[in-house]
Write a protein that binds this ligand. Sequence first.
Ligand code: ZN
Length: 245
Amino acid sequence: MKLYCIRVGAFKLPRGFVAARCKDANVPTVMPIYTYLIKHPKGLVLVDTGQSYEMRDENTVMEEKDTVIHKLAELGYKPDDIKYLVISHMHLDHSGYMNDFPNATFIARKEELKAAWWPEACEGGYVFPTYEKTRQYKFIEPADDEDFDLFMDGSIVLIDTRGHSRGHQSVVLNLPKTGKTVLINDAAPIREVLERTLLPGTCTDNWQAIRSVRKLQHLESCGYKMIYAHDPDNLPEKNFPEYFD
Ligand SMILES: [Zn+2]
């Protein structure tokens, strides 16, 4: 099994946007956006689809060649080659090209789908056109608090880390050489969230968000490798086209 950490653009916003009360909270910072491709013997698994170039806004820092579609093409893959598409949550910088994978099986939490399709006024970050076509696509919807073992072999396990959004999930991998590795996504967008037990910059449920931070802190204390989706100061040691195995 191989893990590719793929940078698919960035956004420039004050640091506090991703971590409440962090250091330099008001300082505008270019923060990367990561998606992940996992080559598993049972098929290709993509985790998140990044920012849409077509739906970029004034905070987006990306070129057209940065999209997940282009990055997959660099590896020789097209969207139909992706068998499973894990969606950590459906904010715009994670759901950008969901429409483009009609033949994948999506795995998203039920509550996240509800939030994305009918968000409360306080729930920002959902841009309906990025997943508008997916209503008839194939979804597996794990229960909110379920650990979902994708292939029932312990290699890819989706864990509940809600709080940043209603149905946020992180991904725990068991890589042959690297060992246990966590794709955290927005439950702790930057390392400082885990170091200082901060809330992510936006939350739908603060109590659940801190519970998720503590769960991730526990995994790190057990020796799991942590990979951050938006931390400019803690990038994965191996970036696409390099990979973890
Ligand atoms: Zn988010």
